[in-house]
Design a protein around this ligand. Structure first.
Ligand code: FES
Length: 420
């Protein structure tokens, strides 16, 4: 870390940004004021926009753009006990950046990890006035006392939502269970995602930054109650992207194990696996994870970029490589111990049949017995123009994949799962 304090050369002041709504595109859905944690929505004063960009990311109409605007002076506060001046009208993250702190989108990149940028994951949290708060969306205020090191023993937080019973399960659910009973899993969804998929199938969770955050214990207690209420053994967490806050997720699994000591309990994690390094996999297994569903977003980097909206080619290549390596590691290291089901996307406008076959070949080389679920991408979020692939078409994709040697291929269709 290389923060600059008084006495060192003046910091580069980041340009201030503000959100501008295009009235011709805006459909007045109010997502920008109700789903995201917006300082401007609270005060109703345009000048209170901090330029966090959460509303622009969440707007399904792409009606909000971020524009540069003039600086409004500086304000005094303290960072790690040192008095500093930072720009006003910005987020805590931007203020820290003005002091030389760096924020990365991959764990270990930069001084801080800020993967979602929309207030859901709390991975970017710092301690402000003794309270854990999100640096990416919290407005900077004069006199704040910011500590960037999280004290040992601080309980992590995460926004989770959508507690529900699942009749089909997710990518990491063994196919034999599907249809065995009306409900097979209790599920919850973590807010915030490091990807920006234009066709996001769960975008109101992904961009929900206004949800009250929960401790791992609170979420585990509620999940355990849901499990009992629904009469199921399986407890799933998905997203958004549930792996973004590693301390929270590992602790949540540990709490679930404590609350559900019976051998029937299954802890299922569905993930895009883009930051799921082998040591992270080991941590999840040690914490009690029993089932996992990495959802691969393509085989080629250019496809990954189109599907996920990640515009930085290096970051996209790294995310894609990490997700495939996670599948390889899980199959090599935990075969027979952890249930592994892999998801791959299909839509003719996003991924070719040739690439589906390449992905199938690669998965077959890892383990032909891996369960593979093909997800039929349907109209959602910013791609409401995508026609949902037909059942016949999905059957053809299933045959294509079984032709590569994969033995357990399921296709999600408008009529429910098909196969194996
Ligand atoms: S990066 Fe700030 S909450 Fe996710």
């Amino acid at each position: 870390m290389s923060p600059r304090y008084p006495g060192s050369p003046p910091p580069r002041t980041p340009p201030r940004r503000t959100a501008v709504r295009d009235p011709d595109r805006c459909e007045h859905c109010e997502i920008c004021e109700t789903l995201v944690p917006c300082a401007r929505a609270e005060s109703r004063r345009v000048e209170d926009c901090t330029g966090c960009g959460a509303c622009a990311a969440a707007c399904p109409e792409e009606a909000i753009r971020m524009e540069m605007t003039e600086q409004r002076g500086t304000a005094p506060l303290t960072v790690n006990g040192e008095p500093v001046e930072v720009p006003v009208g910005v987020t805590v993250q931007q203020a820290l950046e003005s002091l030389g702190h760096t924020f990365g989108r991959f764990p270990g990149d930069g001084d801080h990890f800020a993967p979602c940028g929309t207030g859901g994951c709390f991975a970017c949290a710092v301690v402000i006035g003794g309270v854990l708060q999100r640096s990416c969306v919290t407005p900077v205020r004069e006199g704040m006392e910011i500590r960037t090191e999280i004290p040992q023993g601080t309980v992590p937080l995460r926004a989770v939502t959508g507690w529900t019973g699942h009749g089909v399960g997710g990518v990491g659910t063994p196919w034999q269970l599907q249809g065995s009973r009306p409900l097979i899993e209790a599920a919850v969804f973590a807010c915030g995602c490091n990807l920006r998929c234009p066709q996001c199938q769960n975008w109101t969770v992904t961009y929900r930054g206004n949800e009250r955050p929960e401790t791992p214990r609170e979420a585990a207690v509620r999940m355990t109650m849901e499990r009992r209420r629904l009469g199921v053994s399986r407890m799933a967490i998905s997203g958004g992207e549930c792996t973004l806050n590693r301390p929270w997720l590992t602790r949540y699994l540990q709490e679930l194990v404590q609350l559900n000591p019976d051998p029937a309990a299954r802890l299922h994690v569905d993930t895009n696996a883009t930051i799921l390094t082998p040591d992270y996999v080991d941590d999840l297994v040690a914490a009690g994870m029993t089932d996992i569903g990495p959802d691969l977003k393509g085989y080629r980097p250019e496809t990954f970029m189109a599907i996920t909206g990640v515009a930085d080619p290096d970051l996209a290549a790294r995310y894609l490589r990490t997700s495939w390596e996670a599948v390889r590691y899980l199959a090599d290291r935990y075969s027979g111990q952890i249930f592994l089901g892999v998801g791959i996307p299909y839509h003719p406008l996003l991924i070719s049949r040739e690439e589906i076959a390449l992905a199938g070949d690669a998965l077959c080389r890892i383990d032909p017995a891996i369960q593979v679920t093909v997800l039929d991408y349907r109209p959602a979020f910013r791609r409401r123009d995508l026609p949902r692939p037909g059942v016949q078409e999905m059957e053809e994709i299933r045959r294509l994949l079984t032709g590569t040697g994969l033995r357990t291929v399921i296709c999600q269709t408008a009529h429910g799962p098909v196969g194996p």
